[in-house]
Design a protein around this ligand. Structure first.
Ligand code: PMV
Length: 324
């Protein structure tokens, strides 16, 4: 029986969150925390899922019934819909066992669902010897994410597939690698799990109420993101930090900040960070600070003092890869 093992990285949104939903660019980097998926052929006509990190011990579904029924646990939805979409697009699949394992907790907002989706699709296509291009893998993964959660730009899928640091326009219209040095980032977790869909809807409400104002905010976020891509390429951390602070101010104006995020962001800024902002949908999850090597320790200490959890990650990690 054949078996394929694949891993895909998590991500951090550096610039442009929310605005990217409205056709503006963003910048995302893959982090060195990965999700591993083992895809094995098994006898019979069932999908079996084992995802202990997510509390899934023994999930079974007939391959012919993938995606049907209303009782699919949230944690399994991405796996099941990914396989259904693969089958619908590329033809018959047999009995499969999918085992997932994560280096990081799904609560951090590192994009575990997207990384799982990408890894499952890469693994099943390899198992059936169908070589998908990165763009084909992206399109099928993006369809899966939209099927499951209805909203999303797909930036996290791009990071999981291509890896590195990317300039990305919603839906994958542009996916451009940015050759940068590893970023000197300190990442702090607020301890609060953010719900991306709710926050995207909340910004959508604001957009409906104040279309012109919010559009102008997105316009400035786009300018900042474009400038940030140049500063990243030059390694100009002073400028990049300033742009992070500006982006954070605009995210606050979209009301996606939180007390906890602000307390960690100010702890970093008051202790010498070049700049700091939230990463992702906001409301919780993580903040990140761009730091000078000299004050890293002090900044970490200041974030911990505000009850933030430091997550040690390197940026620009490798994209999806076959492990076995
Ligand atoms: O919360 P995250 O890490 O999934 O990031 C969400 C970023 C948004 O721009 C708000 C949504 C998206 O899909 O681009």
């Amino acid at each position: 029986m054949r078996m394929v093992k694949v891993s895909a990285p998590g991500k951090l949104m550096l610039f442009g969150e929310h605005a990217v939903i409205y056709g503006r660019p963003c910048i995302v980097t893959a982090v060195d925390q990965r999700i591993t998926v083992i895809c094995e052929e098994i006898v019979g006509d069932e999908l079996s899922v084992l995802a202990l990190d997510l509390g899934i011990k023994d999930y079974h579904k007939k391959i012919t019934e993938l995606g049907s029924g209303s009782n699919i646990p949230k944690e399994v939805k991405f796996v099941e819909l990914a396989l259904k979409n693969y089958r619908d697009q590329y033809g018959k699949i047999g009995g499969l066992k999918i085992t997932t394992k994560s280096d990081f907790s799904s609560k951090f907002g590192f994009g575990s669902s997207s990384a799982v989706t990408v890894a499952v699709l890469k693994a099943v296509s390899e198992l059936y010897s169908r070589k998908l291009t990165n763009k084909q893998l992206f399109d099928l993964s993006y369809k899966t994410v939209l099927d499951v959660q209805g909203v999303g730009s797909g930036f996290d899928l791009a990071a999981a597939i291509w890896g590195g640091t990317l300039y990305f326009v919603g839906g994958g219209k542009t996916i451009r690698p940015l050759k940068t040095k590893p970023l000197p980032l300190v990442v702090g977790y607020t301890g609060v799990k953010a719900d991306t869909t709710t926050l995207v809807k909340q910004v959508g409400e604001l957009y409906k109420k104040e279309r012109v104002v919010v559009n102008n905010i997105f316009e400035i976020i786009e300018m900042i993101t474009k400038k940030a891509s140049h500063s990243l390429l030059k390694g100009d951390w002073v400028k990049l930090g300033m742009l992070m602070n500006m982006n954070q101010g605009l995210l606050e104006s979209l009301e996606v900040g939180s007390d906890k995020l602000s307390s960690l962001i100010y702890a970093a800024k008051n202790n010498g960070a070049y700049g700091a902002k939230l990463s992702g949908a906001g409301g919780g999850d993580c903040m990140m600070a761009l730091v000078d090597g000299k004050n890293t320790g002090t900044i970490k200490k200041a974030i911990r003092k505000q009850k933030g959890e430091i997550l040690d990650v390197q940026t620009g990690a490798e994209g999806v890869r076959i492990e076995l």
